[in-house]
Ligand binder design. Structure first.
Ligand SMILES: NC(=O)c1ccc[n+]([C@@H]2O[C@H](COP(=O)([O-])OP(=O)(O)OC[C@H]3O[C@@H](n4cnc5c(N)ncnc54)[C@H](OP(=O)(O)O)[C@@H]3O)[C@@H](O)[C@H]2O)c1
Length: 337
């Protein structure tokens, strides 16, 4: 099969199209003929060995896919060859064939396209787990979303609204602000591309406090970290919760005195580990999300699409901070139902 592989540590330019032996599904796995693979920030990090999981090389990046079932591993029930499927692979999705644990595979309903389908699971399941299970977001609460025009950011706006919250978004520029508003944010703060000193951090703290209102944000969803974290912590409400989602701008060290003074909680979110430890709870979350998708309350927002040979450009788009919505790579288009 053809795959876009990382043979050595490097950026998106280091990926090569290669012929690899067809993978064989192990026990508990499906083999999927890939129609589309969505790119996520971990792909940017993984090819540079900066992510927590480091697959043996050569490996294809690509953590979530849509396609059709090509083979079924021992012990897997409920699937037939040719079924439309969406799945989380972790890596390996930028290839004609990919293995996925059956626990992380779900039927792609008729009428939903493969590009949207590929963009759904990791992004939306992470975000529902974050807001609902870890954040205990309640109707009427104020939710502040940082990096709100990215993959999980846009999902957080939509899921926050579906859970009945008032959503305030924060992004780096006005085009991203438009995308956040279109997804349902009530108010958008534009913070620019650099928080490079105490003055810009204080300015951002004031902007965020003003946007969330005098009572502060009940819940903050932070996929970027870096120098954006401390100003955001300052906008927390008394008893607020701060969700640690990711570190696109670096790993922050927020002053813990602020957490004490606000009687607040810092809560880590690790969807992959949650889904592995509690597949039934994850499945219930995905069912809820598919229901909301059918109702039109949430929908994956595909920003740009590339063919497999240009898959590195999709990863570069995320890494350059240009992405609005999801970057998707299409493969085997003739398989699309
Ligand atoms: N904890 C979990 O279980 C879990 C699951 C999935 C993803 N994640 C994490 O969530 C984060 C976002 O993932 P994603 O796939 O949504 O990525 P994405 O679409 O690229 O969004 C990331 C956002 O971060 C902001 N950003 C700030 N500084 C940046 C920089 N130096 N480079 C790139 N972006 C920067 C950008 O928004 P602005 O330009 O508006 O600032 C961008 O829209 C990643 O850190 C990822 O690892 C965590």
């Amino acid at each position: 099969m053809k795959a876009l592989v990382s043979r050595h540590i490097g950026g998106p330019d280091s990926l090569e199209l290669a012929d690899l032996p067809d993978p064989v599904p192990g026990p508990g796995e499906l083999l999927i003929r890939v129609a589309a693979c969505a790119i996520n920030y971990p792909d940017v990090l993984m090819i540079e060995d900066k992510y927590q999981s480091r697959p043996d090389r050569p490996f294809a990046p690509g953590g979530e896919i849509a396609g059709t079932v090509a083979a079924i591993g021992n012990g897997v029930q409920g699937w037939s060859i040719g079924d439309r499927v969406i799945a989380v692979t972790g890596h390996g999705g930028l290839a004609e064939l990919a293995r996925a644990p059956a626990d992380l595979a779900f039927t792609l309903p008729d009428g939903f396209g493969v590009e949207e389908g590929a963009s759904f699971l990791l992004t939306f399941a992470t975000t529902l787990h974050a807001l609902q299970d870890r954040g205990n977001l309640r109707p009427g609460e104020t939710l502040l979303v940082l990096g709100a025009a990215g993959g999980v950011g846009l999902a957080a706006i939509e899921i926050g609204r579906a859970l009945g919250a008032r959503v305030i978004a924060a992004v780096s520029d006005s085009t991203k602000a438009d995308a956040a508003r279109a997804a349902g944010a009530e108010h958008v703060v534009i913070y620019g591309r650099d928080i490079d000193g105490p003055d810009s951090a204080k300015r951002l703290g004031r902007q965020l406090k003003e946007a969330v209102g005098p009572d502060g944000a009940d819940l903050i969803f932070d996929p970027i970290g870096g120098n954006y974290c401390e100003p955001a912590v300052r906008a927390l409400a008394w008893g607020g919760r701060y969700l640690v989602i990711g570190f696109a701008a670096g790993i922050p060290k927020p002053p813990l005195n602020l957490i004490l003074l606000k009687g607040a909680d810092l809560r880590g979110v690790f969807w992959g580990s949650f889904a592995e430890r509690d597949p039934a709870a994850n499945r219930a979350n995905v069912d809820q999300l598919l229901h909301w998708w059918r109702e039109g309350k949430v929908r994956p927002r595909v920003g740009r699409v590339w063919p497999l040979i240009e898959g590195g450009q999709a990863i570069a788009w995320l890494g350059s901070r240009a992405a609005i919505g999801k970057a998707v790579v299409t493969i085997n288009r003739e398989q699309e139902a």
